[in-house]
Design a protein around this ligand. Structure first.
Ligand SMILES: [Zn+2]
Length: 197
């Protein structure tokens, strides 16, 4: 679906690079943006640049952050005796929505990926988590009940065995589903009903 306008076509093809956005979705996005009005469009363009230029990872928990340490790690009101290990920042944000008030440890990327997490990445992540266990009473494994989630669970369970009390999110999450797509109530129940490993 090409038009004679090069910059328009290029913008559509850039939106198509976003996973889950197809040809029609990308077209709809560009056309909707074009009718947002000049003020909103300029703000959108400048914020895309600002976010992509300044987004870093928290040096303590690997969450997204605009500084060295993220908003969760720097919040003194959070329960620092509990750490939830999640696969991605997207999963962390879903847990925040569900009302979890402890700390986090993010294993991999910003969004969950279907790609296998490399062994060296897992080892590095475990090492970072082990360095944070002082004064921590419990580590919750916040992985989904998928093949990838089970493998991550096994890896962290072996690595943390005997070093801290371990628990895993209850099966309020359907088998095969991803954490990021759960509603807040289901997520809330699943961390309240977590079980010891
Ligand atoms: Zn952090």
């Amino acid at each position: 679906m090409k038009t004679p306008y090069r910059s328009f076509n290029r913008l559509v093809s850039l939106f198509k690079r976003v996973p889950g956005v197809g040809e029609r979705g990308a077209l709809r996005l560009v056309l909707n943006i074009a009718q947002m009005g000049p003020k909103s469009t300029r703000e959108l363009a400048s914020l895309i640049l600002k976010v992509s230029d300044n987004l870093e990872r928290c040096r303590l928990c690997n969450n997204m952050s605009f500084s060295d340490i993220c908003w969760v790690c720097s919040d003194e009101t959070r329960d620092r005796s509990i750490i939830m290990v999640v696969e991605s920042v997207m999963d962390l944000l879903a847990m925040e929505e569900a009302g979890y008030k402890g700390l986090y440890h993010v294993v991999a990327g910003l969004v969950p990926s279907t790609k296998r997490i490399r062994d060296e990445e897992k080892v590095k992540s475990l090492r970072l988590l082990l360095s944070r266990l002082e004064r921590v009473k419990e580590v919750i494994l916040g992985f989904p009940y998928t093949v990838r989630g089970e493998a991550l669970c096994r890896f962290f369970q072996e690595g943390l065995n005997g070093k801290v009390v371990l628990s895993r999110l209850a099966r309020g999450i359907p088998t095969g589903a991803e954490v990021e797509f759960m509603d807040a109530t289901t997520l809330n129940l699943s961390f309240k009903k977590r079980y010891k490993l």
